[in-house]
Design a protein around this ligand. Sequence first.
Ligand SMILES: NC(=O)c1ccc[n+]([C@@H]2O[C@H](COP(=O)([O-])OP(=O)(O)OC[C@H]3O[C@@H](n4cnc5c(N)ncnc54)[C@H](O)[C@@H]3O)[C@@H](O)[C@H]2O)c1
Ligand SMILES: [Zn+2]
Ligand SMILES: [Zn+2]
Length: 385
Amino acid sequence: MKAVVYDGPRTVSVKEVPDARIERPTDALVRITTTNICGSDLHMYDGRTDLQPGMVLGHENMGEVIEVGDGVDLVKVGDMVCLPFNVSCGACANCNQGLTAYCLVANPAPGMAGAAYGYADMGPYAGGQAELLRVPWADFNCLVLPPDARDMSRQKDYVMLSDIFPTGWHATELACVRPGDSVAVYGAGPVGLLAAYSAIIKGANKVMVVDRHPDRLRLAEQIGAIPIDDSKGSPVEQILEQTGGMGADRGCEAVGHQAHDPSGQEKSALTLNNLVHSVRFGGTIGVVGVFIPKDPGSPDPLQKQGKAPFDYGMFWFKGQSMGTGQCNVKNYNRQLMNLIANHKADPSFLVSHELKLDQAPEGYRNFDVRADGWTKVVLHPDGGR
Ligand SMILES: NC(=O)c1ccc[n+]([C@@H]2O[C@H](COP(=O)([O-])OP(=O)(O)OC[C@H]3O[C@@H](n4cnc5c(N)ncnc54)[C@H](O)[C@@H]3O)[C@@H](O)[C@H]2O)c1
Ligand SMILES: [Zn+2]
Ligand SMILES: [Zn+2]
């Protein structure tokens, strides 16, 4: 099969690799019809993880089931399915509590919890930027989609259930967003935009989104959020002005450890500290941007060790609380699917490019430099048939 393979920093190529296949009775084999490039892929693409060359990338996947193992009961050949980026067993103590991002079984590395397709340190599972994907524990992991998911134009919405729509929603859950709240979101990439979109669906009163890329800020405005351009002045000051001087009720972080100032200088704690200052006394903050325990490729000596100069004094003084981590996609994907099926949510508003699998290197290059107009890249391994 053809697949997108990581060759080393800032190099991916489309290669022939051995076909994905059923390996255990609980597996399903999926023919991928739509798969995305994610901001999380860029941390690996930039060489900021210890991903070994040769890994097939891709954790935002959907397609048609073409084969199931003998132990699969619910999922049928011919079903259109969307797969959570988390690979999880469905039966361990953490999965039982809904913590599928921290499955105790799926990642064989000692002392580790949580697995994903095509991702550094997240188990041996090949990614879905490929013609075929092996889905372990298929009955648990496959979200069977409604019939309109066969329609390519609808797949742009449904595929977002694999990661960024649930992750945006998760940011608002960690931040405890309620109707009537004001919400500050840092990052207008796909995750930040869908955190803002989720807050709006939940009935937030005022949603502000910080970034410096005009194309991304335009999308924020298009969905009804207030764009805050941090290249034009302090984002904290702009948010305080919008919130009577005391700050937003809730804050969402959707940037992660490669946060930088508008001139491009990396400061890994910049968004965390800006949030402490942008959110009110007693407010709550949800952090879904990825931070990592070791970051040897960082220019900053502290960040190299996974440490951040966090304004803990002010955070404590303001009595704020913070929730963090990977999204447990299964907690939200079925409900969000219903919103898509009934046209109450259309997360595809952020898709700028639909490419063939062969064009993945071009997609990575442009998305990585946040080239103007490249807001979300969707790949069709079958050429969009
Ligand atoms: N927790 C999870 O389960 C989960 C799932 C998916 C993605 N993520 C992470 O979420 C983050 C965002 O993903 P994405 O796909 O939107 O990525 P992206 O890289 O496309 O978007 C990040 C955006 O942040 C902006 N930015 C950089 N520094 C900033 C700053 N100081 N202030 C405000 N904005 C700033 C960039 O200009 C960019 O538009 C990444 O770290 C990704 O790995 C986490
Ligand atoms: Zn993703
Ligand atoms: Zn589990």
